[in-house]
Design a protein around this ligand. Structure first.
Ligand SMILES: *Cc1c(COP(=O)(O)O)cnc(C)c1O
Length: 382
């Protein structure tokens, strides 16, 4: 018997056919704007779509596969891109954090993290039995992290590790990572940078920050199909993180012997040149988001996070839309529906009072369409 799947898309008597209607829409969904593939990456994806296809020429270790050239990617291209000594592929940023926590701490240890941290930081810590102490942010409306606030917490808790979210996924704030690198070295505590929203969007270098580890999310910010992430590290931790099985000499224990053994890896490979170019054009991205914030402000929206915003992810507060939602039968869902009608994708269903957008993938003309849509929605319903 044929099973048909009731998923988005179509299922008929010949089984399930996946259709993603939103693919060509204007995309301002923060999770998605940095992960869009170009044609070359799409082609690579199809070529290696079969399960374990990447392992044709594997001799026991993902990072040394010569064809496709995973070896060049992980041994040369990515360390240069991240400014670090060695890089391992992971299934995502969170698995990189988990591996670092696991290798660097013991259950019951304390780690100090910023209050804007991602939930996966907390969950990875929980799975390792760690206590999490948070450096508070400055609160509404900027939610800034002042990295000097790590100091009293380091002195009080003697943490095994520090983590900084750079930038965070709520407000797109970019704290002073370099200064925290200096603080971490002074107190001799290892520092992990969570660059899930940075690596692949803006230039980031572990060496320049002076930190010990960095994690990246390739499906979020590196134009790759996932799940795929990176863990970059300073040489001094290689022995600890890359410890090998006593029984299976080629297999690294923290990575359970192998990680992202799928087509995501070749999509990242296909995107590397584009990534190297696009991080150099980061200034233009910043100018674009600042322009967008200005336009939204004239419509009565307030941008949260650091004023003079420095990242494409930005949260807005919109009391006017909330008021409108109270008069609509669909309540908060009206905004999602109105934007959908205009083929603008990315506001979560139900959100009106506060919502996040990313200006990374859309060009200025497309963003103008978004601004006009908001203006039109307000004019029509207010
Ligand atoms: C998206 C995100 C993550 C999770 O990334 P994965 O690669 O999916 O694990 C972690 N941290 C931050 C700050 C994020 O925004």
């Amino acid at each position: 018997m044929l099973l048909t799947m009731p998923m988005q898309g179509r299922s008929g008597k010949n089984g399930y056919r996946a259709i993603r209607k939103t693919r060509d829409w204007i995309n301002i969904q923060p999770l998605q704007t940095g992960g869009v593939l170009d044609e070359a990456a799409m082609t690579a994806l199809m070529e290696y779509a079969d399960g374990y296809a990447i392992c044709d020429y594997c001799n026991g270790c993902l990072d040394t596969i010569p064809n496709p050239p995973v070896a060049d990617l992980t041994r040369e291209i990515l360390p240069a891109f991240l400014g670090c000594h060695s890089v391992r592929l992971t299934t995502g940023a969170r698995e990189g954090k988990f591996a670092v926590f696991h290798a660097m701490t013991r259950p019951g240890d304390t780690i100090v993290v910023d209050a804007n941290r991602h939930y996966s930081t907390y969950v990875a810590a929980e799975r390792n039995g760690l206590k999490v102490v948070e450096v508070p942010n400055s609160g509404y409306p900027e939610y800034r992290i002042d990295v000097r606030d790590y100091i009293p917490l380091i002195e009080r808790h003697r943490p095994a590790l520090l983590l900084l979210t750079y930038p965070d996924g709520n407000y797109g704030n970019l704290p002073d990572a370099r200064l925290l690198g200096t603080i971490a070295r002074k107190y001799d505590v290892p520092l992990l940078i969570n660059g899930a929203y940075a690596v692949g969007r803006l230039p980031v270098s572990l060496a320049e920050i002076g930190a010990d580890f960095i994690v990246a999310s390739a499906h979020k910010s590196m134009a790759a199909s996932g799940p795929l992430g990176l863990l970059g590290m300073h040489r001094k931790w290689e022995e600890r993180l890359l410890r090998k099985s006593e029984r299976y000499g080629g297999k690294e224990i923290e990575f359970l012997g192998c990680t992202a053994r799928g087509a995501g890896v070749v999509t990242l490979m296909a995107s590397m040149t584009r990534l190297q170019e696009r991080v150099q054009a980061w200034d233009r991205q910043v100018a674009k988001v600042q322009w967008f914030c200005g336009e939204m402000q004239t419509l009565g929206f307030t941008a949260l996070g650091e004023s003079a915003h420095r990242h494409d992810l930005v949260a807005f507060e919109s009391p006017r839309l909330y008021e409108i939602s109270q008069t609509r039968r669909e309540k908060g869902y009206f905004l999602y529906k109105e934007l959908k009608k205009r083929h603008i994708w990315g506001i979560r269903p139900g959100q009106t009072r506060r919502f996040k957008v990313s200006t990374f993938a859309a060009g200025q003309e497309e963003l103008q369409v978004v601004v006009d849509a908001f203006r039109d929605i307000i004019d029509r319903f207010a």
